[in-house]
Design a binder for this molecule. Structure first.
Ligand SMILES: Cc1cc2nc3c(=O)[nH]c(=O)nc-3n(C[C@H](O)[C@H](O)[C@H](O)COP(=O)(O)OP(=O)(O)OC[C@H]3O[C@@H](n4cnc5c(N)ncnc54)[C@H](O)[C@@H]3O)c2cc1C
Length: 136
């Protein structure tokens, strides 16, 4: 089975988030794999170990999100996909879910898609249900 884990790159949970000139900023705090998404990746790897198959981590975000995907590869995912385009910048949860669903549909033999509970920055928790709906 091909298992996909959706991973968002977020500021470290210790980051001090501020609004400066109307824009949210976390200064030079490190960016990390969204902590809830670590559970999704871990579960994908455990399921692969138990049942065979392959795992892919996918992230929609700016070029910096490559670092989060490299972490997923380092801990065992076979493949990582970055979905990035300036046109996607500022996407809300629904647009994010739609873009992710279209990318996932292009992959072969996907049997399961795992997400985190919520992103620790955006924090809506909406992407999960919306992605499920777009994937039917
Ligand atoms: C060029 C570019 C720039 C972006 N800049 C920002 C930014 O500055 N700030 C920001 O918050 N978002 C940014 N995004 C991403 C996007 O706008 C958010 O991911 C989206 O709004 C999801 O909402 P949420 O954060 O509330 O996630 P939630 O709904 O809380 O997330 C639930 C779960 O959905 C999955 N998920 C959520 N977002 C993504 C994602 N992007 N990729 C893969 N899986 C995901 C994770 O498994 C997560 O645990 C950017 C995207 C692009 C392409």
């Amino acid at each position: 089975m091909h298992i996909v884990a959706c991973v968002k790159q977020t500021p470290d949970t210790a980051a001090k988030v501020q609004v400066v000139d109307g824009h949210v900023t976390w200064g030079d705090s490190p960016l990390v794999v969204n902590p809830w998404d670590e559970y999704a990746v871990e579960e994908a790897l455990l399921l692969r170990e138990a049942h065979g198959g392959e795992t892919t981590a996918i992230s929609m975000g700016p070029e910096t999100a490559k670092e989060a995907l490299k972490t997923c590869l380092a801990i065992g995912c076979e493949e990582a996909i970055l979905l990035s385009d300036p046109a996607l910048k500022g996407s809300d949860a629904s647009a994010t879910a739609y873009a992710l669903s279209q990318a996932i549909r292009k992959l072969d033999s996907v049997g399961m898609v795992l997400l985190g509970r919520q992103a620790v920055d955006g924090d809506t928790g909406l992407t999960v249900a919306q992605l499920a709906r777009y994937l039917g």
